[in-house]
Design a protein around this ligand. Structure first.
Ligand code: SME
Length: 182
């Protein structure tokens, strides 16, 4: 039985502990559930509430969610399409190679942007966003192709560090194997 308390994070926990809870709860929620909309929606909720429970700068996160590979885009020019998220409305589609999200999708590498203004192709869906981390999600059933990305934005410069990279990459690995991708 799913319980909304999964999104409740105790006061005073470390970032590592918050991410551990995100992973543990996600793993529980994904049990016998492989629908990607369902699982990414719950993962976005867990991430959002985790950041809001943490001290500065994590509590300044202003967008957390997913883009998925648009199944209608041709393999010769793939694009991402907006998936489940928490935060303000966002760009609907992003071509592979465009912006921070498109760079992660095209390279399969995490993009950690201390200051988005230093990234020439940054797509400003919300000009409040000042730093960003984007982690690709690969489908190992499909030979490791990028099927989605995790995108988290923060309204201050330097919102993310190597701890975020490590744990979001763990989340990406969990999500990648836990969903049937379109
Ligand atoms: N800033 C991103 C676009 C997505 S939104 O921030 C939600 C980028 O440059 O790829």
């Amino acid at each position: 039985m799913v319980h909304a308390d999964a999104s409740t994070f105790a006061e005073g926990i470390t970032k590592e502990q918050a991410y551990q809870q995100v992973l543990d709860q996600a793993e529980g929620l994904f049990f016998e559930q492989r629908n990607w909309v369902c699982n990414l929606s719950n993962a976005a909720s867990l991430l959002w509430h985790a950041y809001k429970s943490l001290p500065f700068p994590s509590n300044q996160v202003n967008w957390a969610g997913f883009y998925t590979l648009d199944p209608l885009s041709p393999p010769t020019s793939p694009q991402l399409i907006l998936g489940p998220f928490q935060g303000k409305v966002a760009c609907q589609t992003i071509a592979f190679g465009r912006g921070v999200c498109g760079a992660a999708a095209a390279t399969g590498q995490t993009q950690l942007m201390r200051d988005v203004d230093a990234f020439p192709g940054h797509i400003a869906c919300d000009e409040a966003s000042r730093s960003e981390i984007v982690v690709p999600i690969a489908d190992n059933v499909k030979g490791g192709v990028v099927v989605a990305i995790i995108d988290v934005d923060c309204s201050v410069v330097g919102g993310f560090d190597e701890v975020d990279r490590l744990w979001l990459e763990r989340l990406a690995a969990l999500v990648g194997g836990a969903c049937d991708w379109p």
